[in-house]
Design a protein around this ligand. Structure first.
Ligand SMILES: [Zn+2]
Length: 486
């Protein structure tokens, strides 16, 4: 008997259950299923339900219309690894500490979101395609089954340093492929096993990480030409990040095509989201399943003169979707206030009627999903970029964003209502509004310090062998991070 089933059995009436042979679950538990879908690199503003003019997301839009859409949902970091660590721990990046890939692994001392469901007797499964979701970074905690659906990193290449994450073959392989079908296939295997039990009181928690919206932008037909059928130029979407000739200075027509290819990836991923929704519906489980659609970060498509992500804290990199769908249990609508990556975990635990975690720094949005007025003012969203030579922190309210660069000690302030594209940073002065923002920033810093002092464990730092370190440096893989996996 695993620790999980022991704990579960002590809490719940133990009933032998048919699916036990698969995942070790041999108890019947109460509660809804949870399907948490993270669509990597999905900007909120490129979805129809967030106001985009193109029809990129008919299925996601339909799910949103039946659920609760959070209009100003903000990630903790503009790149994959720390954002998912925040999703699972519900603490900001500078608290969980998983802010750089080398020699870094999430502390086992955290009770992660999957662990909470596992401890409650849920069957838990995760399916991922991006290399930073690899269990070597500690993100597999709490999953009975955690599947690398693409396996760009061979098991024999793993070592304690996680240095493989920075090697070019891994980067290229992870970007070139069309991976949604592989992730969906592994989900479907699990679902076909789990659905009969789930219909009879043996719920599951599934995390599905879809990677194709991340560059390269090479959607399969017909999505490759769907939004720009007449283009005859040279741009293919391949090597978007590593091809220096793809940049903000290139021909406007080519830039438009890049955006069309990105949008094609979204439409292709929308189809796969539809398959998962249809699986739930066909098994009669839609009404007993909390379906959450979100992302880990956005990406820049030349908005501020750059491309990709893990480079700034502008909206195109930190504003992500959050949609919670649970027919009959959430009140369909839209919430206009600021919400945060770290709020997702507390929300799911409350909706599933499970205990909150003492280490969480997020707040539950469950009341909002039930149509209740939000209790008190929304706390500001904190986003951080503490890697690739940067040390940036933003504090964002519905009205304002201030960004502090700890290297230069410069603050930048954006009025998001008057200047939603963040074209014109303002100077913080001696006026009341400036003083209020600086005071808010100070409060956030104090809260983060408290979080660091109260965290259950420090980030683990497996030693990197000196020979590997030298080799990485000699090959340019350790340094300013310009070439790193995003
Ligand atoms: Zn990502």
């Amino acid at each position: 008997m695993t620790p999980r089933t022991r704990r579960a059995a002590s809490l719940l009436v133990p009933v032998a259950f048919g699916l036990g042979a698969c995942d070790g679950s041999d108890v019947r538990v109460e509660g809804p299923n949870v399907v948490l879908i993270s669509i990597d690199t999905l900007r909120a503003d490129h979805l129809g339900c967030y106001g985009y003019e193109r029809d990129t997301s008919p299925i996601i839009d339909a799910i949103a219309a039946e659920g609760v859409l959070f209009e100003q949902h903000i990630t903790s970091a503009p790149w994959t690894l720390p954002a998912h660590a925040a999703l699972f721990t519900s603490v900001p990046d500078s608290v969980h500490g998983v802010v750089d890939p080398i020699n870094t692994r999430l502390s086992e001392a955290y009770q992660t979101l999957p662990e909470s469901f596992q401890d409650a007797g849920y069957r838990t499964a995760g399916f991922f395609a991006g290399p930073y979701l690899h269990p070597a970074f500690g993100l597999g905690q709490g999953f009975d089954r955690y599947v690398d659906c693409v396996q760009v990193v061979a098991d024999e290449d793993l070592d304690g340093s996680n240095a493989w994450s920075m090697t070019k073959p891994v980067m290229r392989a992870s970007h070139h492929g069309v991976t949604n079908d592989k992730v969906y296939g592994r989900w479907k295997e699990f679902f076909d096993e789990a659905a009969p039990g789930a219909a009879d009181g043996a719920p599951f928690f599934a995390f599905v990480h879809l990677w194709d919206v991340h560059f390269d932008f090479t959607p399969p037909a017909p999505y490759d030409t769907m939004f720009d059928p007449d283009y005859e130029g040279r741009v293919t979407g391949r090597d978007f990040f590593y091809d220096a000739s793809i940049n903000a200075a290139m021909d406007e027509r080519d830039k438009q095509h890049i955006v069309a290819l990105y949008d094609g990836e979204i439409r292709w991923t929308d189809v796969v989201v539809g398959r998962i929704r249809d699986d739930l519906a066909a098994a009669g489980l839609l009404e007993n399943t909390i379906l959450v659609l979100t992302s880990d970060h956005g990406t820049e498509l030349f908005d501020h003169g750059g491309k990709g992500h893990r480079s700034t804290l502008y909206e195109e990199q930190i504003h992500i979707p959050l949609i919670v769908h649970w027919p009959g249990r959430v009140v369909a609508g839209r919430h206009s206030g600021v919400t945060r990556m770290i709020d997702v975990g507390p929300t799911l635990l409350e909706l599933a009627d499970l205990p909150s975690r003492t280490t969480s720094m997020g707040r539950s949005l469950a009341g909002i999903t039930r149509g209740e007025a939000a209790a008190g003012d929304a706390p500001p969203a904190v986003s951080e970029l503490i890697s690739v030579g940067q040390n940036l922190r933003s504090v964002r309210t519905a009205q304002d964003k201030i960004v502090h660069d700890a290297t230069s000690q410069i603050f930048r302030w954006f009025d998001l209502v008057g200047d939603p594209r963040e074209d014109a940073p303002m100077r913080l002065g001696d006026d009341e509004r400036s003083r209020g923002l600086l005071s808010l920033y100070g409060e956030v810093q104090a809260e983060l310090r408290g979080g660091v002092e109260g965290r259950p464990g420090q980030v683990e730092r497996p030693e990197i062998p000196a020979a590997v370190q030298r080799s990485l440096q000699a090959n340019g893989y350790v340094g300013d991070g310009a070439d790193e996996e995003r």
